[in-house]
Design a protein around this ligand. Sequence first.
Ligand code: SF4
Length: 469
Amino acid sequence: MRVVIADIKGRGGFVNKDTVVGGYGSRFRGFSWTTRWIERLRKLYQNVPSIHAAYLAAIFENAGHQVRVTRDELVDGDIALILSSLVDYRHEIEWAQEAKKRHGMRVGFFGAPATHMPELLESHADFIIKGEPEQAAMRIASGEMPKGIMASPAIDDLDSLPFPAWDLFHQGSRHAVGRSFWASRRVFPILSSRSCPEFCTYCPHRITAPYRARSAENVVAEIEEICARHPQPYLIFRDPLFSEERERSTGIAEGILRKNLNVRFECETRLDDLDKDLLDLLHRAGLNAVTFGVESVDPATLKRVGRRPIPPEHQREIVSYCRDKGIATEGFFVIGFLTETVESIRATIDFAIDLSPTFALFKMLTPFPGTPLFKHMKSLITEVNWEKFDGYTPTFRHPNLSHEDLRHLLGLAYTRFYVRPSFALNYLGIKTPIETLDTLMHLEAYTKRRQVEEDHAFFEAHASKAIDQ
Ligand code: SF4
């Protein structure tokens, strides 16, 4: 059988799919000069292929089928499995319709929208895979005719899966968190565990299947295989919580060191799952960057959405230790939790600046289908276009803030974080404290004063306006 795996390149803005937002994907469109600059950089340097597509490619190839992977070209085949996203699903449907019309292919979707919102896709497909896609792919590969909604239970023993078939992916990919913009290393996403054992009610990472992890030995064997084919790779661990099990993450780092594998890598985790000893070991193994959620500075806000707060002192200690070791950091922040006010959002922005990770990603609270938050907020949702559930667009009626307020505060967060000399010093790895650099210190104070004045002027001008959704 000729199998096409389609990971269609998103259109409009910087589109990220697959493991991003639990598979719903995000679309970043610049809405100010700061964010337009960030959009350009992301398009250039965060071009990473889909890991689930690579798993499916391996399953079909191992079963003796002829496999082609495409990012946009309409290639010929008997069957196409298309990665679905929420932010670009109409584009993916168009591709499916063309594949059917021009090549008579049997087409089906997999991914988070296929799993949680099959009604969006089913009239355009011969089959929909509901759940993590590997189990259903194995059945199709061994001869089952795919049709209708195909339940695909999560595989418990992740070590039993083949390694992703990256050799079938021809596009180069670039990625950078930190200062490695010019690195020529080829980039590979890697999943050493799936899902998350935490209970954050807004999070789509945990809604498709329960948390499971691969053994350290199995992960190291995959890295060894990548290194044998692609010298000095850059690996992105796409686990929502890479260091959830300390022993396993130390096992991965020790395996990399024991086998002398020349890799650089980054991972995402909770900061309370990191300590200095673990960071030292991971750094020796090649850790280049850590990404982590902060979400809000306010513990009460976090508790209301089921998130365990992490003491600010610990967050500061870990971010500062990473800075000293040359490990880049990126913090994630959320704007618009239901109890928030202008003041509480300003406090979170201040905390982001004070914490001073290398990068900060601010997103709008978004109620994603399948999450407990979605159920809770259903009556507040005003947006009817699912593609606008992109993480940056207001989609619901907030009790205290209009859509315009929310958009303003999101823009303010980016401007305040990125338009300041201390961001540039941090990014360039210059450790001299800004307080000792007179001119820059004045510039820092001046930019802050201007930004704060503009922020206050915005709310004075909008004070009399009613919430507009
Ligand atoms: S810690 Fe919370 S936000 Fe992060 S992946 Fe787990 S459930 Fe999601």
